[in-house]
Design a protein around this ligand. Structure first.
Ligand SMILES: [Zn+2]
Ligand SMILES: [Zn+2]
Length: 272
């Protein structure tokens, strides 16, 4: 078993992915994945999300994934997961696992995306936080803390708010206020219940040079006794295990010797 045999942060055309569940499964199997989990975005009431997240009725999603479980039985395990958004209006119960993620802050009847770029960040800063950029990050991490406290199987892209912050152009990631907010979110997670993902999706799509989350957060998670799992947040069939070598290197730099593999029988751990 190697980290590369597990891919459990996977999107499809049923949310905002480019490829069908069937195409993602075929690509995963060809890439050597033996524990594949689908994690389409959960439904939210946000108008801009419609069509990019699952419908509130997840019957088709369930049946497509469960059909793939049958089709690959004995060759590759297929898990039914969900990337549950903090604004979601459906429950993450009833899935094999769930990834808890924050993609928005809300206020004044509006939603501000954490990962849609500078204009959304600036609007959130100026309309919700009086022009205080670090307050945007504190608002984001307060939501991450609330999701972490719900004990997701995996805590998703912990510091997604840094996606468009190359060179510190939106805020200072070394500021004590920033670091304190991020660490408080991490401390809200239970290392015995939740895995932290090292997510290469931002690298795969060209937004970042390194995976989420930052090294200081991984080191703190290690000190807390936490475990990590490598994920690609794949939105296309060519990215199923994108950047796992880089993610493994980051994990080792933080002191981890193993990463988690989700299986139908529970969580296993393999050497990095
Ligand atoms: Zn996400
Ligand atoms: Zn995702």
């Amino acid at each position: 078993m190697t980290p590369r045999c597990c891919a459990v942060h996977v999107h499809t055309t049923l949310c905002d992915g480019r490829d069908t569940p069937e195409a993602m499964a075929a690509a995963a199997f060809a890439a050597g994945v033996r524990h594949l989990g689908f994690s389409c975005h959960s439904h939210t009431p946000i108008p801009d999300d419609q069509g990019a997240v699952l419908p509130a009725d997840m019957t088709e999603y369930r049946s497509r994934v469960l059909a793939l479980r049958e089709a690959y039985a004995g060759r590759m395990e297929v898990l039914l997961g969900l990337e549950w958004d903090s604004q979601s209006d459906v429950s993450p119960a009833g899935f094999d696992y769930w990834i808890g993620s924050v993609h928005y802050q809300s206020g004044g009847g509006k939603f501000y995306a954490a990962d849609w770029g500078e204009a959304q960040f600036a609007a959130c800063r100026d309309e919700l936080h009086g022009g205080d950029a670090l307050a945007v990050t504190e608002g984001y991490f307060a939501q991450v803390a609330a999701v972490a406290a719900r004990r997701p199987t995996i805590l998703g892209h912990l510091d997604l708010i840094t996606k468009h912050n190359a060179g510190g152009r939106l805020f200072d990631e070394s500021a004590p206020r920033y670091r304190d907010a991020a660490l408080a979110a991490l401390h809200a997670a239970d290392p015995a219940a939740t895995l932290l993902e090292i997510n290469t999706g931002g690298v795969a799509r060209g937004y970042r040079a390194v995976p989420y989350p930052a090294l200081f957060l991984l080191r703190e998670w290690r000190a807390m006794g936490g475990r990590v799992i490598l994920t690609s947040d794949a939105h296309s069939a060519d990215a199923i295990v994108f950047g796992y070598d880089q993610a493994a290197e980051l994990a080792r730099a933080a002191g981890f010797s193993h990463s988690a593999v989700l299986t139908a029988a529970g969580t296993a751990h393999c050497s990095l």
